[in-house]
Design a protein around this ligand. Structure first.
Ligand code: DAK
Length: 259
């Protein structure tokens, strides 16, 4: 297993756990951290023993945003030519295996955007979400204006982006930004527990389910339903569907082969 400077990686059964680990900078998302996160996700995605991935931070901060000190001096041509942030940052959103962001403390700016790239966010009761880019003279640039709007609707997204105010965990759950709120002390254990439950299903079937839900963001209802139907039909061509339905009829637990 590779060693990293800015993240910790740990495998818990069939779950890959990535912990963002720049405590002195409240997990500010430096280029290095995003590169290492991308590498860790590459490793977990290509490991057949891993069925789900959890990304978390510290008790104080999931991540306090892009590393402001690192990017402050960049000019337009530099960031445009280098496809600044974009190229590395989309890795979590591109994962095919199910992903959970387990968020405690600050999830600000790029930290909030990163969390929204996961399949869902499990929040500690200490979590605080904001897109405060206007306070530093820029706008959200890692998908925040698009993903937050799809998750919570235009009115709340506009207020969050334009006023830079923070949303606490209770409001975030009410608004649909997070799936559930749990006590901070239980956050990582609960995220691992849910991830293990997901990882215990047939891997390819879970991937198809994720693809189908994600299509709801990308297309019309009619196209999305058609896409879902095609995927649902194709599950009938795989061994795990035969096993799952046979196991039900025989009143036993299914044994998935991931094919
Ligand atoms: N970047 C760099 N360092 C940070 C940081 C950040 N985002 N957040 C905190 N730190 C550092 C602090 O500078 C401090 O370092 P030292 O002074 O000790 O060296 C250390 O972490 C501890 O922070 P504080 O002393 O400030 O701790 P407090 O508990 O007092 O306050 C705080 C915590 C989270 C309220 C505060 O640190 C804070 O307001 N941080 C900045 C939050 C913020 O504005 N985040 C949004 C950043 S903008 C783009 C793509 C994406 C983005 C932009 C463009 N493109 C594709 C173009 C994204 C932009 C953002 O994320």
């Amino acid at each position: 297993m590779a060693t990293y400077d800015t993240i910790l990686v740990e495998t818990r059964g069939a779950v890959g756990l990535v912990t963002l680990n720049r405590p002195k900078a409240l997990n500010a998302l430096s280029d290095r951290l995003m590169a290492e996160l991308g590498q860790a996700l590459d490793v977990y995605e290509s490991d057949d023993a891993i069925g789900a991935i959890v990304v978390t931070g510290s008790e104080k901060a999931f991540a306090a945003g892009a590393d402001i000190k690192e990017v402050a001096g960049f000019g337009f041509m530099e960031v445009y030519k280098a496809d600044f942030i974009t190229s590395r940052w989309e890795r979590l959103a591109r994962c095919r295996k199910p992903t959970i962001a387990a968020v405690a403390g600050y999830a600000l700016g790029g930290g909030c955007e990163l969390a929204m790239m996961a399949d869902f966010i499990l929040a500690a009761d200490t979590a605080q979400f904001a897109l405060p880019e206007l306070t530093i003279g820029t706008i959200p640039g890692a998908g925040g204006t698009q993903r937050l709007t799809r998750l919570v609707g235009k009115s709340k997204a506009m207020e969050m982006v334009l006023s830079a105010r923070r949303m606490d965990a209770v409001e975030a759950e009410r608004a649909g930004l997070v799936s559930r709120v749990v006590p901070a002390a239980d956050l990582v254990d609960e995220a691992i527990r849910v991830a293990q439950r997901i990882a215990a299903f047939s891997g390819p079937v879970a991937m198809m389910a994720k693809e189908a839900v994600n299509a709801a963001y990308e297309t019309t209802l009619a196209e999305g339903v058609r896409f879902e139907r095609r995927l649902a039909h194709s599950t009938f061509a795989i061994e795990d569907q035969k096993e799952g339905m046979a196991a039900f009829a025989e009143k036993r637990q299914p044994v998935w082969k991931n094919r």
